[in-house]
Design a protein around this ligand. Structure first.
Ligand SMILES: Cc1ncc(COP(=O)(O)O)c(C=O)c1O
Length: 394
């Protein structure tokens, strides 16, 4: 029996069956490469689902973790650290780039779901309960986040869910306008729906959502868990639209693999969660906060936003340039890309890619997701593009 098979059998007996069978047992990584328990090497085009923004074992992350855990790892929220304060200031400034005079307040937690749960609780403090969410949305697996996620597969096994969610077709401005009224606490949306298959909102939709929520006195809540922290070539994917949301949630790529989440509220929304109304034991501890700051510094120092735009566009052009009949097009921005297939063969292509040494996934049957570390090179991406025709063979 191979090492992979041995460990997968033990996993099957020891771990809850909620994920299904993992594809491989990974033991080591460096940059955009990982190795499995049998020594096979893979090019990581998934980054732990848009998390490992700087790849594996990035020297700045290793240094930050090592130094911080050797100095001050965890302290609880009865105390604070300079790292927590600095990261909150930095994230607030990023979220209000389009309106720098607006104050921002930050809550640090441990995951995207928890960041959304925080925003959910915050929205209830408006005194309103309706939340307008989008068809095709994914906001996480806690009960609150599931209630805002449209896919019945995630919702139905856990009903009854918290009441209040209403779903409208993604990108449909008229439907959004009709759904939002004076009882609406918030509108939640992703600028690019990740788990639905890298589906971008149409141009103008985010600005329309800003106008509609402002007119109704509702919060605009943008979920940047998958799209944020440089993934699309901007610090946050909504920034090019010129809007400033009331609430922004982030997680995934923020601390390069160290668990973290952040809920940023701008303007009056920042005052809604008063003393005692919310909390976390681990969230915002010195270790995670320091690594979050390190990631932001490295993205800035190494010009990674420009890099992401450049290599992301190059990848999309190269895939389109294949002119392959099995490929309809490429969606997304920066390094969050969907390869649209002409047939529902995503699972087969993903399995073949794994055999050929590429980690990708298929968030829906006709779509491959490419979300590699932000540090990936054009040459690394090209090895996958060259392999695509073979992976797509009947
Ligand atoms: C847009 C979005 N929101 C929230 C989540 C949930 O994040 P987490 O798995 O860290 O709880 C995800 C995870 O894929 C996501 O893509």
């Amino acid at each position: 029996m191979s090492e992979n098979a041995t460990w997968l059998a033990r996993y099957g007996a020891a771990y809850m069956p909620n994920f299904g069978a993992p594809a491989r047992v990974l033991v080591r990584g460096k940059g955009c490469r990982v190795w499995d328990a049998d020594g096979r090497e893979y090019l990581d085009l998934l980054a732990g689902i848009a998390v490992n923004s700087l790849g594996q074992a990035h020297p700045d992350v290793v240094a930050a973790v090592t130094d911080q855990i050797s100095t001050l790892g965890h302290i609880s929220n009865l105390f604070t650290s300079l790292w927590q304060v600095r990261l909150a200031e930095r994230l607030g400034a990023i979220a209000t780039t389009n309106d720098p005079r607006l104050p921002a307040r930050v809550f640090l937690c441990n995951s995207g779901s928890e960041a959304n749960e925080t925003a959910f609780k915050l929205s209830r403090r408006t005194g309103r309960t309706k939340i307008v969410a989008m068809e095709g949305s994914f906001h996480g697996r806690t009960i609150g986040a599931v209630s805002l996620t449209s896919n019945p597969k995630y919702r139905e096994p856990f009903e009854p869910l918290p009441p209040g969610a209403v779903f409208v077709p993604y990108g449909d401005e008229a439907a959004l306008e009709a759904a939002v009224d004076e009882s609406t606490a918030a509108v939640i949306l992703e600028t690019i729906q990740g788990e639905s298959g890298i589906v971008p909102a149409p141009d103008g939709f985010v600005a329309a959502a800003r106008r509609i929520t402002r007119d109704a006195g509702a919060l605009l809540w943008i979920d940047e868990v998958q799209t944020g922290i440089g993934r699309t070539g901007d610090w946050l994917s909504y920034l090019p639209t010129g809007v400033t949301p009331d609430v922004v949630t982030m997680a995934k790529g923020l601390a390069a693999g160290v668990p973290i989440g952040a809920c940023v509220a701008t303007g009056p929304a920042g005052e809604l969660l008063g003393p005692g109304l919310h909390g976390t034991t681990f969230g915002g501890n010195p270790l995670a906060s320091r690594v979050g700051l390190t990631v932001l510094s490295v993205i800035e120092r190494d010009g990674l936003l420009d890099h992401v735009r450049r290599v992301g566009d190059h990848f999309a052009d190269a895939v389109t340039g294949l002119g392959h009949p099995g490929i309809v097009g490429v969606t997304g921005r920066g390094l969050l890309r969907g390869v649209v297939l002409s047939a529902p063969v995503g699972a087969r292509v993903t399995a073949r890619a794994l055999e050929a040494g590429f980690l990708i996934n298929a968030p829906r049957p006709d779509r491959l997701r490419i979300a590699p570390p932000l540090v990936i090179t054009e040459a690394e991406l090209e090895t996958f593009v060259s392999a695509l025709p073979t992976l797509l063979e009947e």
